[in-house]
Every structure is written in structure tokens, then in C-alpha cells.
Design a protein around this ligand. Structure first.
Ligand SMILES: O=c1ccn([C@@H]2O[C@H](COP(=O)(O)O)[C@@H](O)[C@H]2O)c(=O)[nH]1
Length: 238
């Protein structure tokens, strides 16, 4: 995917998606999540791809290896650019996901990139320790899942900005660090916990940022996107 911000299209219909996208010019990165995909199905992906967008299909698969492999084979045929699984599904599941993608990618096409979700950005250490019974720091848990994801052959992880530099040190700068939970100082936190600004994401080495409500709920979504994009690009340009 391009390195411009990935806009989370958390809308309940394709009509609302295209009304929203009509505010913009150009072929941005977009993310289709569960709400939109479960409502509109594969058609929304085809429409976005035909319109020139790079598509992150964020379905966070987590099931037994055989089921995930078969599902990934189907998703690969959609021509999406990026897909994901929960790293908590384990190494066999992640390897099976990769196998499914390889099998489903049409000849001559590039296999979609695949990343593992470490700890959701809505999770904090207390919740992780008490509800998941993981007896370590949140950063250690995220790093553990990042290493497991890399050992399974995947291309990167979903993590928060706060773990990105640690993951770069241990897994390399080219290992994808896709970071949701991006907020401008004036944006609400909503249900997110491990949030950060676009500038912080750049400093910490995120490879991609995912932004939803800070853009989609803004009074002027295009201005919000441009502000976030310029803060994210920093001095390096794109
Ligand atoms: O750990 C994760 C994994 C995925 N997400 C998704 O990103 C967007 C964030 O939306 P905001 O409105 O910017 O909070 C959303 O679609 C989530 O499903 C995440 O937030 N954290």
C-alpha cells in the first residue's frame, strides 16, 4: 500500500462510503472493516478497487488453521492489498493464512500483504492482565506477538504507535507497523486507549497510520485528512 494515511471507512452502506469519498480527489488508501464488509459484501471491495483505491480489508481472522486458510484463499481472489489475522490464533494459524493467500492469488498478481493484530489499541495493560490473564507488560506482549507473526512469515503487525519503535528494533524497519488509534489534539479518544498523534507515529517509526473518526466525524473531513497527511509526512515528503 502507499504510505499515505489509511482512512477507516466505518460506514454502514456503500452509498455513505461514496458520498464521503466524493469529498476527496485522488487514489487514497482505505480500510474496509467488519461493519461495511458484512453489510455490502465483496461488491464494496470491487467498487473501491475499480475506483483506484488501495484496500486494507480489516476482518481480523481468528479461527482454526484450516478455516483461516480457506477464507484467505477467497479473500486473495478479491484483489485486496492488505489483510489481517489475530496473532493470538498462533503460528499454525498464521502459516495457514499465508498458504491460503498464496493459493488464492491469481497468477501474475501480487499476493496481498498480511499482518497480525498484536494487542488491540483499545486494550490497556490492566485489562490485558486481568481479562486475558497475560502476566507481563503490554509492550512485552505486543513484542511477543510481533516476533511470532514474523516467525510465521507474515509481513508485519497491527500495533499502537507506542510499540512501533521497539518492534522496529527487534523485527526490522521494513516489517510493517500499521498503527490505528491516531488522534489530533482536538479529536475525542472514543473507545481507544493507546492513542497518538500523526507526528508521534512518524517519530516512532509506524509504517502506516489508520485514521477513522478523526477524519470521518470532522466538520471538514478533507481538511482533517490533509492536516493529518501533512503531519504524518513530516519533512520527508512522500
Ligand atoms: O488494534 C486495532 C485494530 C484495528 N482498529 C481499527 O482501526 C479503526 C480505527 O478507527 P478510529 O475511528 O480512528 O478509532 C477502526 O476501524 C478499528 O476497527 C483499531 O482501532 N485498533
Amino acid at each position: 500500500m502507499k504510505t499515505s494515511p489509511i482512512i477507516a471507512l466505518d460506514f454502514d452502506s456503500s452509498q455513505k462510503v461514496f458520498d464521503f469519498l466524493s469529498l476527496f480527489e485522488g487514489d487514497m488508501n482505505v480500510k474496509v472493516g467488519m461493519q461495511l464488509y458484512y453489510k455490502e459484501g465483496p461488491a464494496i471491495v470491487h467498487q473501491l478497487k475499480e475506483a483506484g483505491f488501495d484496500v486494507f480489508l480489516d476482518l481480523k481472522l481468528h479461527d482454526i488453521p484450516n478455516t483461516v486458510k480457506s477464507a484467505m484463499e477467497v479473500l486473495a481472489k478479491l484483489g485486496v492489498d492488505l489483510v489481517n489475522v489475530h496473532a493470538a490464533g498462533g503460528k499454525s494459524m498464521m502459516e495457514a493464512a499465508l498458504e491460503g493467500l498464496d493459493k488464492g492469488t491469481p497468477a501474475g498478481n501480487r499476493r496481498p500483504s498480511i499482518i497480525g493484530v498484536t494487542q488491540l489499541t483499545s486494550t490497556d495493560e490492566k485489562q490485558m492482565r486481568e481479562e486475558q490473564l497475560i502476566d507481563t507488560s503490554l509492550r512485552e506482549s505486543v513484542l511477543h506477538y510481533a516476533k511470532l507473526t514474523q516467525a510465521s512469515g507474515l509481513d508485519g503487525v497491527v500495533c499502537s504507535v507506542h510499540e512501533a519503535s521497539l518492534i522496529s528494533e527487534e523485527c526490522g524497519v521494513n516489517f510493517l507497523k500499521v498503527t490505528p488509534g491516531i488522534r489530533l489534539p482536538e479529536s475525542g479518544k472514543h473507545d481507544q486507549i493507546r492513542i497518538a498523534t500523526p507526528e508521534e507515529a512518524r517519530r516512532q517509526g509506524s509504517t502506516h497510520i489508520v485514521v477513522g473518526r478523526a477524519i470521518t466525524n470532522a466538520a471538514d473531513p478533507r481538511a482533517a485528512y490533509e492536516t493529518i497527511h501533512s503531519k504524518w509526512k513530516g519533512m520527508d515528503g512522500e
